[in-house]
Design a protein. Structure first.
Length: 120
């Protein structure tokens, strides 16, 4: 069973995505902000990370930077979950080392497809 860490400050969205991913056979750990998410990632060593960009305490770029600088986590697939889809926003994420984007509102089929690509 593949492990996913899902980090998002929107309770309903986080719970909905977590429930769907669990039904799809993933073991999902959730967190409400970047700091909690980073702690969860370090504790569980997930197979993939799905992280909101704009959050309190630590944003998605902060989480990504910490993950990419950790020898044990740097190769973990990292997907940004965001409503920000401007070319400059996507470019900034790709330059920072993100592996893909999931746009809000979330299309679960797109999310599952991205996970399949990065987990194979």
């Amino acid at each position: 069973m593949k492990k996913i860490t899902l980090i998002d400050d929107e309770n309903n969205l986080r719970d909905s995505i977590s429930e769907i991913l669990t039904e799809e056979g993933f073991n999902v750990t959730t967190a409400r902000n970047g700091r909690e998410g980073l702690a969860a990632v370090r504790e569980t060593s997930p197979d993939a990370i799905i992280c909101d960009v704009m959050m309190p305490v630590m944003d998605g770029f902060g989480v990504l930077k910490e993950v990419r600088s950790d020898e044990n986590l740097r190769h973990t697939p990292f997907l940004f979950l965001t409503a920000k889809s401007d070319v400059s926003d996507v470019t900034a994420g790709l330059e920072a080392g993100v592996d893909g984007y999931v746009l809000k509102p979330v299309d679960i089929d797109d999310l599952l497809e991205l996970l399949a690509i990065h987990l194979d």
